[in-house]
Design a protein around this ligand. Structure first.
Ligand code: GLY
Ligand code: MN
Ligand code: MN
Length: 532
């Protein structure tokens, strides 16, 4: 790199963005179009939704992080390039010469940039491969066709107040966002919490207004923008419900709505369609095979990183593009750090190792955890804790049926763990503790913590069930339990019948894990040269 002439160096500086335009073997253009149609059906009349793809994030100096699109943007378009915007109209409308219900803006083809960083789709590409009839360059945003945002009753978008940090690779995005803000009178400073309070006031009736005032009162202490807002203050301090309703009439009406689109995307993305379930099943299967191969390969003295590498090598071997989140491989006490990603313990000795990893397959990520004894055999304490977590997980998975409240899984799994910890003498019955400090379940999809509601479960939902027990060194219990950390996490599909465990190929029982660990690994024959 040092020998490059100045021109090439300048070019490199301005174009580093590792984009991957779209997946040829992922979701089809028709599928993405069907999701835009589904969103349109949720939009209010005479509204417009506008979404921007993610900025490029700088890693250091000339190098950016591997690009990852905004998952809502990807869901609706299939496009994985930065400097792109999507506009959807609730109805087909005449704009200038054309009739359209959607417009997409993209970066231009650029042979020199593509030589460095890979293909771009350009206008023809998004038309031909992604099925957009009306595609434009980002430079044309707002001008071609001419857009008059005043014509719409509602402008649906996300919070655009964050600065777009990073490199000049984001210039197109910055320009479009700034043009949109100017043309739509987007408020200079958007306080999400203040907007939320306004929305609550607008939605309340006279009977409920005292409750709303009380909720706002709670936010007042944490958020100065709530405490200092005159309308919110008047609402909180109103002497009677009637007076509160008078204040309600003064809540500023904003055309720009930064919440509704998010709620609509929650509704769309919560229930997975058949092609998405196929991708999730593949991500989970690959991740489960990673766990199986690691069970065979793990030996005392291995490092956390090496174990991480074996999982991730298997993902790549199957052609997965990425991991869905930074891999967690924690030996012994490190397993107690919930999002431990240092993975830098060199020699894991006779301890448990907690491994939480997920392959990303065509955008969809798995999220699978297994906890195994490095020696190949659980000791008595490890086994007692493991079997308690497994019992809790089994009960959680059994609840994964349509109609069951999402929160019920958390309640039941926690109750089993609380009772079990008391039986083992680690806590007293009813004692509050911090040995299971996280939730049991979350939606899974394009995001590892995916969008979705938390009411009754529906057919087509994919969620994790992942209870755990973590007893860090120095805990207030017999030291024989210290350093034991167990999480078991599977990816469960809700069907009209029994739950389907998409990651169930990886053994979960004590006997199943110990048996798998006795099988020799092909990696034993892969001997690398010793180096200092
Ligand atoms: N791997 C992150 C989680 O389990 O939620
Ligand atoms: Mn999870
Ligand atoms: Mn996980």
């Amino acid at each position: 790199m040092k020998k490059l002439n100045l021109l090439f160096f300048a070019l490199f500086l301005t174009t580093v963005s590792f984009a991957q335009s779209y997946f040829e073997d992922g979701l089809s253009a028709d599928w993405h179009r069907s999701r835009r149609e589904a969103l349109r059906a949720l939009m209010p009349a005479n509204s417009m939704a506008i979404l921007f793809n993610n900025p490029v994030k700088n890693r250091s100096n000339d190098v950016d992080f591997i690009y990852h699109p905004n998952t809502d943007f990807y869901y609706l378009t299939g496009l994985r390039e930065p400097n792109a915007a999507l506009i959807l109209f609730s109805e087909k409308r005449q704009i200038g010469e054309m009739e359209a219900d959607e417009l997409i803006y993209v970066q231009a083809r650029d042979p020199r940039a593509e030589m460095w960083n890979g293909k771009r789709l350009g206008i023809e590409g998004v038309q031909e491969k992604l099925g957009f009839d009306q595609a434009f360059l980002y430079d044309e945003f707002g001008k071609k066709p001419v857009l008059n945002f005043d014509e719409f009753d509602k402008l649906l978008t996300f919070n655009l107040s964050q600065d777009i940090e990073g490199s000049s690779s984001n210039n197109g995005l910055k320009k479009m966002i700034s043009d949109f803000k100017k043309a739509s009178n987007y408020p200079e400073e958007v306080s999400e919490v203040r907007m939320q309070m306004y929305q609550m006031i607008r939605a309340t009736d006279i009977e409920n207004s005292a409750n709303v005032a009380q909720i706002i009162g709670r936010y007042k202490n944490r958020y100065p923008e709530v405490a200092n807002d005159q309308v919110l203050k008047d609402f909180m301090e109103a002497e009677s419900p009637e007076k509160r309703m008078e204040v309600r009439a003064k809540v500023p009406e904003t055309k720009t709505d930064i919440f509704a689109l998010s709620q609509m995307m929650d509704v769309l993305r919560e229930v997975k369609t058949a092609p998405e379930i196929e991708l999730l099943a593949k991500a989970a299967k690959i991740s489960a095979i990673g766990q199986i191969e690691v069970m065979k390969a793990t030996k005392p003295g291995m490092s956390e990183r090496e174990i991480q590498g074996v999982h991730e090598f298997i993902y790549k071997r199957y052609g997965a593009e990425n991991v869905g989140y930074p891999s967690i491989v924690g030996g012994g006490n490190n397993g107690c750090i919930l999002h431990y990603i240092d993975n830098d313990m060199k020699h894991i000795s006779e301890r448990l190792i907690l491994m939480d990893l997920g392959a990303e397959w065509r955008g969809y990520t798995a999220d699978v955890t297994r906890t195994i004894p490095v020696s190949g055999k659980f000791n008595d304490e490890e086994k007692a804790i493991y079997e308690l977590v497994l019992k809790s997980q089994e009960a959680g998975i059994a609840l994964c049926k349509p109609g069951v409240e999402f929160g019920e899984i958390g309640r039941v799994t926690r109750e089993i763990i609380n009772e079990g910890l008391a039986e083992l003498g680690i806590i007293k019955t009813g004692q509050r503790h911090n040995y299971f400090p996280h939730g049991t379940s979350h939606h899974l999809g394009l995001d590892v913590h995916d969008r979705g509601g938390y009411g009754p479960l529906k057919e087509g939902v994919v969620l994790t069930v992942e209870p755990g027990i973590y007893i860090p060194e120095g805990s207030d219990c017999d030291p024989k339990w210290w350093g034991i950390a167990v999480r078991i996490e599977d990816d469960i599909l809700i069907t009209s019948g029994d739950p389907v465990n998409l990651s169930g190929d990886a053994p979960r029982t004590v006997a199943g894990i110990e048996q798998m660990m006795r099988i020799p690994s092909v990696l034993e024959n892969w001997v690398l040269p010793e180096i200092d």
